[in-house]
Design a protein. Structure first.
Length: 139
């Protein structure tokens, strides 16, 4: 796996805006940015060798959104290609925080701060981040 991510560049996942993502005017519906952010987060974890299904099956660990703040700055439109980034900010005993951005040709469209809780599966009680994942995240 990769060393601590504190000094690394944000992970970027390209995502196309499809018809199903937009309202009748061809503008991305606000809730659909959360889908872009979630997919980028899943792919970021996968790029670290941390598949969510493996975490659940082998470590009895799942993630749940604990807190979310989103700023919508510009409109994205049908067929836009967005670069959606993930940058780890910090980690605690049983959670971590990410900054995420959606950009179109470098222009900031939306940004989010996401706090993710680590939970045991089954049962969904808070649980300590697995050691290998904790090593990848900034303290």
């Amino acid at each position: 796996m990769t060393e601590n991510l504190a000094a690394q560049q944000p992970f970027v996942w390209p995502s196309r805006v499809y018809y199903e993502d937009t309202d009748t005017s061809g503008v991305v519906y606000h809730a659909n940015y959360l889908k872009y952010f979630e997919r980028a987060c899943t792919e970021w974890l996968r790029s670290l060798g941390v598949g969510q299904e493996v975490l659940k099956r082998e470590y009895g660990t799942v993630f749940a959104l604990r807190h979310l703040e989103v700023d919508y700055l510009r409109a994205a439109h049908l067929d836009d290609l967005l670069d959606v980034s993930v940058a780890p900010v910090d980690s605690k005993r049983a959670s971590f925080t990410l900054d995420q951005e959606a950009r179109r040709k470098g222009e900031l469209i939306a940004r989010a701060r996401v706090k993710v809780a680590c939970l045991g599966f089954p049962g969904f009680a808070p649980r300590v981040l697995p050691a290998f994942l904790k090593q990848l995240l900034p303290a």
